[in-house]
Design a protein around this ligand. Structure first.
Ligand SMILES: Cc1cc2nc3c(=O)[nH]c(=O)nc-3n(C[C@H](O)[C@H](O)[C@H](O)COP(=O)(O)OP(=O)(O)OC[C@H]3O[C@@H](n4cnc5c(N)ncnc54)[C@H](O)[C@@H]3O)c2cc1C
Length: 291
C-alpha cells in the first residue's frame, strides 16, 4: 500500500486563516481541497508537503451566483455542484457536458473547481472549459486580491501563477446573452482522463459568429486554448465550412504527444473532429435561444 510521507495538518476556518497559515509555514505548506489530485501524488511521493492546510470548512467559497455581468463560482465548489447548477446550465451548458465525463461520482462529490485549476494537469477538463469561456481567476493573499485571466494562469503543465501563500478564491465567467456552448471529449473508457477534449462557446449575430472561444485539453495547447482557431472563426458565417476551417486551425495549433493514450496524429485528428462537433452543437444551442 502506498502511504504519503509524514505531514502536519491544519484545518482553516476562514480564508484569512488559511492564507495566514500558508504564509506562516512557507513553501512547504500546501492547501488541500477535494484531495483527489494532491493525495494520490502524495501517496506516490510525487508531492511531499510538510503541512496541509485543509480548505474543506470554507463554505464561504462554495457557491455559483451572478455578480453583475459575471457568473462567480467559489473555489471550493465541487464538480457535483457545478453539474447540478441551474444557473450554469442556463448560461453555459458546457459545464454539464464536461461534468458528465469527469471521473466518477466519488471524485465529483469531493473534487473542486479551485483544485482542478490549480492542479493544472494537461488533461484537466475544467481548465479547458474555463479557458474556452475567457474566465478569470481570483487569488487572495495577505497583500490583498488579484485577478488573472484563466489563459494566463498557467506557466506550463502542473504549473500555475499561484504563489506559495496565495489561495484561489473564485472563478469568474462573463455572461454572454445569446451564446451557446458545448464540450466534446474522447476517453478510453467512461470516467477516464481525456485522450483529447474540446470545449467552445459561440455568440451569433445575423448568422455569423460574432464571438467565440475554443478550449483544448490533453493536447499540449498553451493555456488550454486555440487562439488561431478563434481568430479564424470570428466574423465568419456560422456554417459547416467555417467550423471545418476553425477545426483545421485548432488541430494545426496544438502540440499533442504520443503516449499510452494514443499517437500524436490520432490526437490531432480527434481535435479536428471534436472541434467541429463542439462548434456545431454550440451554434445549435445559440440558435435555439442560447443563454
Ligand atoms: C480517479 C480519478 C479520475 C479523475 N478523472 C478526471 C477527469 O476525467 N477529468 C478531470 O478534469 N479531472 C479528473 N480527475 C481530477 C479531479 O477532477 C480532481 O478533483 C481535481 O483535479 C482536483 O481537485 P481537488 O479539489 O481534488 O484538488 P486537490 O487534490 O485538493 O488539490 C490539487 C492541487 O491544487 C491545490 N489547491 C487546491 N485548492 C486550491 C485553492 N483554492 N487555492 C490554491 N491552491 C489550491 C492543492 O494544493 C494541490 O496542489 C480525476 C481524479 C481521480 C482521482
Amino acid at each position: 500500500m502506498q502511504v504519503p510521507a509524514p505531514f502536519d495538518y491544519d484545518r482553516a476556518s476562514s480564508v484569512e486563516e488559511a492564507v495566514a497559515l500558508l504564509e506562516r509555514h512557507g513553501a512547504e505548506a500546501r492547501p488541500i481541497a477535494g484531495g483527489h489530485s494532491l493525495l494520490p501524488m502524495m501517496k506516490l511521493r510525487l508531492a511531499r508537503p510538510e503541512r496541509l492546510v485543509d480548505l474543506n470548512d470554507l463554505t464561504e467559497l462554495s457557491y455559483v451566483r451572478t455578480e453583475g455581468e459575471w457568473i462567480a463560482v467559489g473555489a471550493m465548489t465541487r464538480h457535483a455542484q457545478l453539474a447540478a447548477s441551474d444557473l450554469l446550465a442556463r448560461h453555459y451548458p458546457i459545464f454539464q457536458d464536461a461534468e458528465r465525463v469527469i471521473a466518477d461520482p466519488v471524485v465529483r462529490n469531493r473534487g473542486t473547481v479551485g483544485g482542478s485549476l490549480c492542479q493544472g494537469d494537461p488533461a484537466e477538463d475544467l481548465c479547458a472549459v474555463v479557458a474556452a469561456l475567457g474566465g478569470q481567476v481570483v487569488l487572495r493573499s495577505s497583500g490583498g486580491e488579484r485577478v488573472v485571466a484563466a489563459r494566463d494562469f498557467y506557466l506550463g503543465p502542473y504549473e500555475t501563477v499561484v504563489a506559495p501563500a496565495e489561495l484561489v478564491t473564485e472563478v469568474r465567467i462573463p455572461i454572454r446573452p445569446g451564446s451557446g456552448s458545448a464540450y466534446e471529449k474522447v476517453e478510453r473508457r467512461p470516467g477516464d482522463w481525456a485522450i483529447a477534449a474540446v470545449g467552445c462557446f459561440v455568440t451569433l449575430a445575423q448568422g455569423s459568429v460574432a464571438d467565440c472561444g475554443i478550449g483544448l485539453a490533453a493536447v499540449g495547447a498553451n493555456g488550454y486554448c486555440a487562439p488561431q482557431a478563434e481568430a479564424q472563426l470570428r466574423g465568419q458565417p456560422a456554417t459547416e465550412e467555417s467550423f471545418r476551417a476553425a477545426a483545421e486551425a485548432a488541430a494545426a495549433g496544438c502540440r499533442p504527444q504520443s503516449d499510452q493514450r494514443g499517437p500524436e496524429d490520432y490526437k490531432r485528428d480527434l481535435v479536428r473532429e471534436l472541434t467541429r462537433r463542439a462548434l456545431r452543437r454550440a451554434a445549435a444551442r445559440a440558435m435555439a435561444g442560447g443563454a
